[in-house]
Design a protein around this ligand. Structure first.
Ligand SMILES: Cc1cc2nc3c(=O)[nH]c(=O)nc-3n(C[C@H](O)[C@H](O)[C@H](O)COP(=O)(O)OP(=O)(O)OC[C@H]3O[C@@H](n4cnc5c(N)ncnc54)[C@H](O)[C@@H]3O)c2cc1C
Length: 438
């Protein structure tokens, strides 16, 4: 068997899954050939990647103990590694829970032996915290308590992604800008590379798809072009979009909100997904994500598949009135009258790949040797940036522990989508401006 040092790795997609993998591989195997290919330059002013963003929540507040443990491992790197540390802000989190989520998280920290300033706080007490910033939030719908974790926070997402990509390139990773149209297979069925929309080929002994929301579409195109139906993702991977919005705080509001924690409104499957609000950036921009998660089902070579819009920028800046309204709703359930006069200035639609369990897929593709899939951040993948590459490399080497293989496998057993509050439940087409739909 050839040594990993002489292997070649072609990683499609330069979001956190792809970049973390490239960074891990080039440090572990400095003589291996590691290439990332993405349709956007790593230092472009705007990108379609979900990982490219002003900010993302970094927390280990999970009721699932596996993600809790992994997120703690990642957060320690965010806090201590000089490469990540400048981008992490330990502001704390204020999570309004409509289930026993808070106590489950506190329990997980205990089980993992992790000491941290976190507790489940009764609503009456929580309203007064942080100078009453959340006094006017929505606490209806069976709120049990508020999870307050002083050790959670957020990261300047796009800046951290850029920094780790830059470091990887300095260490020897090759970065190619190209749009990938399909995959290439040799006669025995092994995947040998990719084909760009301009007709060029890139080859490697390992092809790793870290293509986020585009994955199902790419696999469908590859399945049809190669006549190999099993390459298709089937119903494993769904592209979903969510609107985000920002306001620039005036001097007075900034003074009040500058030290705020991340805010989360937790709901349940009957009501909808959780909503979040992130503390102001250095430009005084406070952000929300909305509650409407939607598919964009298209006819792709005869199959109905959800994928981002066809425009090169995924039409991410074209945000309809109903989606802007969703952000206004998010503002209201956190800040009520305090935020009633804020002007919403920036809106974006962010696309990610989802599974029905919200678990990642980090796995060999079952239908072709040499082909690997590492994606499906399912709306919570960013925070694992510092450790994803370690686990994806273990998967490539066949050393991923059985528990994680079972959780992230291509053919893992997954629940019905209806049981997951965060699974896309709208169609983008039904959320357009009514005029545009005519
Ligand atoms: C609104 C929103 C808020 C979120 N908030 C948080 C949060 O607070 N905390 C958190 O931990 N997570 C959060 N997430 C989830 C997180 O952002 C994603 O799970 C994670 O960034 C996904 O990373 P990725 O590498 O899989 O995909 P991406 O970051 O989307 O990267 C995929 C890359 O593949 C490239 N690509 C795809 N197809 C092709 C092709 N055919 N040819 C060339 N290039 C291609 C794209 O250009 C892109 O750069 C959020 C997601 C959304 C949508």
């Amino acid at each position: 068997m050839t040594s990993p040092q002489s292997q070649s790795y072609l990683i499609v997609g330069a979001g956190v899954f792809g970049v973390s993998t490239a960074y891990e591989l080039i440090r572990k195997y400095p003589h291996a050939s590691v290439t990332i290919v993405d349709r956007d330059a790593w230092d472009a002013d705007t990108r379609v990647a979900a990982s490219w963003d002003w900010n993302k929540v970094v927390r280990a507040d999970y009721d699932d103990i596996i993600y809790c443990k992994l997120a703690l491992e990642a957060q320690d790197i965010f806090e201590n590694d000089p490469l990540y540390q400048p981008f992490f802000h330990k502001t704390g989190i204020f999570w309004i829970c409509r289930s026993d989520y808070a106590s489950a998280v506190v329990d997980n920290y205990k089980k993992l032996g992790r000491k941290a300033e976190l507790s489940a706080v009764p609503v009456s007490e929580a309203r007064k915290l942080y100078g009453g910033l959340f006094e006017d939030a929505d606490y209806t719908g069976g709120v049990q308590d508020v999870l307050v974790n002083k050790t959670s926070g957020w990261a300047n997402a796009g800046d951290a992604l850029r920094a780790v990509t830059k470091r990887s390139i300095e260490l020897g990773v090759k970065y190619v800008v190209a749009d990938i149209d399909s995959l290439q297979f040799e006669e025995g069925g092994r995947c040998t590379g990719v084909k760009t929309t301009r007709g060029n080929s890139l080859t490697a002994s390992h092809v790793v798809l870290c293509t986020g929301a585009f994955t199902a579409k790419l696999l469908e195109q590859a399945a049809q072009a190669s006549g190999k139906p099993d390459i298709s993702a089937g119903d494993r991977i769904i592209a979903g979009g969510i609107a985000t919005g920002m306001t620039t705080l005036d001097e007075k509001s900034y003074e009040r909100f500058a030290k705020m924690p991340v805010g989360v409104q937790g709901y349940n499957v009957a009501t909808g997904p959780f909503i979040g609000s992130l503390p102001p950036t250095r430009d005084r921009e406070l952000k929300w994500w909305g509650q409407k998660i939607f598919k964009n089902t298209q006819n792709i070579l005869g199959r109905q598949i959800s994928a981002p819009p066809n425009e090169p920028d995924y039409a991410q800046w074209k945000v309809s009135g109903p989606l802007k309204q969703d952000i206004a709703h998010a503002n209201n359930v956190f800040y009520g009258k305090n935020g009633a006069n804020w002007k919403m200035e920036k809106h974006r639609i962010c696309w990610d790949a989802f599974t029905s369990s919200s678990d990642f897929i980090i796995s060999p593709h079952a239908a072709a040797q040499g082909l690997y899939v590492a994606t499906c951040g399912s709306f919570h993948g960013y925070k694992f940036f510092p450790v994803l590459g370690k686990y994806i490399t273990q998967m490539l080497e066949g050393t991923l522990e059985p528990e994680l293989q079972a959780k992230w496998g291509w053919d893992a057993k997954r629940p019905a989508a209806e049981t997951n509050p965060d699974f896309p439940r709208f169609e983008m087409n039904d959320l357009l401006d009514s005029k545009a739909r005519l």
